[in-house]
Design a protein around this ligand. Structure first.
Ligand SMILES: [Zn+2]
Length: 184
């Protein structure tokens, strides 16, 4: 039986090119399915690729193996505003070496068990875990502060994946317009 790795990974707009298993690690080679990218400055769709660079990103372990994505990251040149920019993805922040879902997984684990245990379990250095924990703690505290003074609440729906039409229900602070989904 052939295993569909793309289905297992469930990353939007990413095509798997190859996969190799090395002892306790799985290395997945992939690239974007987009033919062009949106310039972050002028918002023009840019097809001109200037160079490729491999980006290694760690994902959650699968069947006891560490998973590393080797993403073919493209640098584009926008002719409209004459800028160079790197392609962005919705599953990893720029310059980060872990998928967002893996960061969140680590954060929630550290919320439940001792941080030093998480370091051992996930084989992560203390400084990395501390930075992740701090980042998501700050985000959650910000959201709590925003929702502390709510007087009028409404219900709305938002798309969580651009172009995919995946809509989720969310709560709206009617006075400020802040939205909160279940995953927030
Ligand atoms: Zn531009």
């Amino acid at each position: 039986m052939e295993i569909n790795i793309e289905l297992l990974l469930n990353l939007s707009k990413v095509k798997v090119l190859d996969c190799s298993i090395r002892e306790s690690e799985a290395h997945i080679y992939c690239e974007s399915t987009n033919t062009e990218s949106l310039c972050p400055v002028c918002k023009n769709l840019t097809p001109q690729v200037m160079m490729y660079q491999e980006r290694r990103i760690q994902n959650m372990a699968l069947l006891g193996r560490k998973v590393y994505l080797h993403l073919k990251n493209r640098q584009f040149h926008c002719k409209v505003c004459n800028r160079y920019f790197n392609e962005s993805f919705d599953f990893v922040e720029s310059s980060k070496t872990m998928t967002t879902r893996y960061e969140q997984y680590i954060y929630f684990m550290a919320d439940d068990i001792c941080i030093s245990q998480v370091c051992v379990k996930e084989d992560i250095v203390w400084s990395t875990l501390k930075a992740i924990y701090q980042k998501y703690t700050d985000k959650h505290l910000d959201k709590r502060a925003v929702w502390q003074q709510v007087r009028y609440v409404g219900i709305d729906e938002i798309s969580i994946r651009k172009g995919k039409k995946d809509y989720v229900c969310c709560l709206v602070n009617l006075e400020r317009g802040d939205r909160c989904t279940e995953s927030s």
